[in-house]
Design a binder for this molecule. Structure first.
Ligand code: E4P
Length: 278
């Protein structure tokens, strides 16, 4: 499974690249806003084009998703083409992120503009990451329209299930793959009982139907979800910096390090030219 960073913060991107295990970056308008507000709070002036350009240069060879912001077919196509034309020449790594359904009306269920945009951009060989996926059907449709990545939102479906049951929770709280029982009934959204199950179903369908699009598990909230989406068949997980930074941690790892460090004999340290601080 590939590890992407879910961030538009250039310092977080630099730090994660330095780990040597980063495969790509995803942004969205909220992440860009967050990163810009942080920079502005330090008194810095931001030039949008050069900020994004710097991210793309840093990530050369790794896909970086940039999202369209309109909600109608014509303007989303225009924006997708603009993002690609303006920025892809910098490091040839731009993916245009398109919502599967751009409708803001919570009751709206029949807007196909996102799908049409994916088809149009894909036909023009512009790689698309289809975002805001909450059902396997949406993933299948986006893949059929040509999306290279489909992004199911693991954490947000878990949030939604808990919200519908008026549960109190922190976003980083663990949510079991097999779902949450509310009395005798398991919480579900049209058969989907958890974000991890959503990934699992999409993965099974893509295998059975021989779909080539990659499954990008988005909206990751804790390290355990990384393990579970990997098991469920995700090709990529896009991980926020605060979660990425916790992946290598375990209390027993630290305890083991403490003991090994304490036990180093001077001959061993001398041979390696190392001064040990115990
Ligand atoms: C990624 O591409 C998504 O936009 C992102 O993972 C959403 O995460 P959130 O639900 O934590 O905002």
């Amino acid at each position: 499974m590939k590890f992407f960073l879910d961030s538009a913060d250039i310092n977080e991107i630099k730090k994660t690249l330095d780990y040597g295990v980063l495969d790509g970056v995803t942004t969205n308008p909220s992440l860009i806003r967050e990163a810009f507000e942080k920079e502005k709070s330090k008194g810095k002036n931001i030039n949008f084009d050069s900020y994004i350009g710097d991210i793309l240069k840093l990530c050369k060879g790794k896909p970086v998703s940039l999202e369209v912001i309109s909600r109608d077919y014509k303007n989303m196509v225009r924006e997708g083409e603009t993002l690609y034309k303006k920025f892809n020449k910098i490091a040839k790594n731009v993916f245009v992120k398109v919502p599967v359904n751009p409708c803001l009306d919570l009751k709206c269920s029949s807007n196909m503009d996102g799908i049409k945009v994916i088809k149009k951009l894909s036909d023009k060989k512009i790689p698309v990451n289809c975002t805001l996926i909450f059902t396997p059907e949406q993933a299948l449709l986006a893949a059929k329209a040509g999306a290279r990545f489909v992004s199911p939102f693991v954490g947000r479906i878990d949030d939604y299930l808990r919200e519908t049951a008026h549960m109190k929770f922190e976003k980083r709280d663990y949510f079991p793959e097999e779902g949450w029982k509310n009395g005798k009934k398991t919480l579900e959204d049209n058969g989907i009982v958890s974000g991890v199950m959503l990934i699992k179903e999409i993965s099974e369908i893509f295998k059975k139907q021989k779909v080539q699009s990659e499954i990008l598990a988005a909206s990751i909230r804790n390290t355990r979800q990384i393990r579970e989406v990997a098991l469920a068949g995700a090709d990529i997980a896009t991980i926020p910096f605060n979660v990425f930074d916790k992946i290598a941690s375990h209390l027993k790892t630290a305890e083991g390090m403490k003991k090994f460090t304490k036990d180093i004999v001077p001959e061993y340290a001398r041979m390696l030219g190392t001064k040990i601080e115990k």
